[in-house]
Design a protein around this ligand. Sequence first.
Ligand SMILES: [Zn+2]
Length: 261
Amino acid sequence: MTRFFCTAILIFLPCTLEAQLRFYWEGEFTDMERTKLTTWIEGTSSALESLVGKLPFDVHVHLHRASSSRGPVPWGQTRRGSRQGILLYVDPTYSLEELKADWTAPHELSHLVIPYFGNRYSWFAEGFASFMQYEVMKAEGVLSDADAEQRFRERVDRAERRYRWHDMPFAEAAPHIRAARQYPTMYWGGALYFRRIDETLAAERDLNLLGVLTSYVSCCRMKRTSMDGLLTQLDEISGTDLFSETMREFKTREGFPEKSL
Ligand SMILES: [Zn+2]
């Protein structure tokens, strides 16, 4: 709707009514705090946009004031449905640098790049956002390539050490991992789905996952689809069967996912 107005009515003006961030302040924030938090989320959103393009919908950002000794963003969640957005509990007394160094906002915003297909595939959704969060932090200049790689490997190695469902495929084990509240194990095992595809695209096709996602966001993000439909779209964009084949492997190969090519 906003795009229609933009092209039909404001044809001679810059098209600023296209999809944008919309902020909601839950709790008391000073003007300075609002400015700082707006700058922070806009920076994270721009970093994501530099990787996959502009999301074709408004992103509703709900910021709840928190007081936390556990870091600037003690909790976050993605909001789905007719309105896409994120909800963050944030302690605005932390500095902008400390806010940017937290992974929660890059993680939650990244979720919005692909649709959500329910609890059954929460390992896929969380794996995706976990893969993306360090890419976003690199794009924002918060993490170096080496730091991001080290963090990724540490988290995957820890997940592998904690994995206890060796007699079932990872996709089948995911609900059990969740029930055991071993969330990081599910997140980082899931991230290996995307890491594998990214590495294979680079090795065999001179492509990468972010390039495929950029095409996906622009052509297909607004199309309603199923999980299988999404994988088919990504396969078609990449000219491979990697997305559906890797899913098949995650559904059939027992044990923790293989870590690398
Ligand atoms: Zn998540």
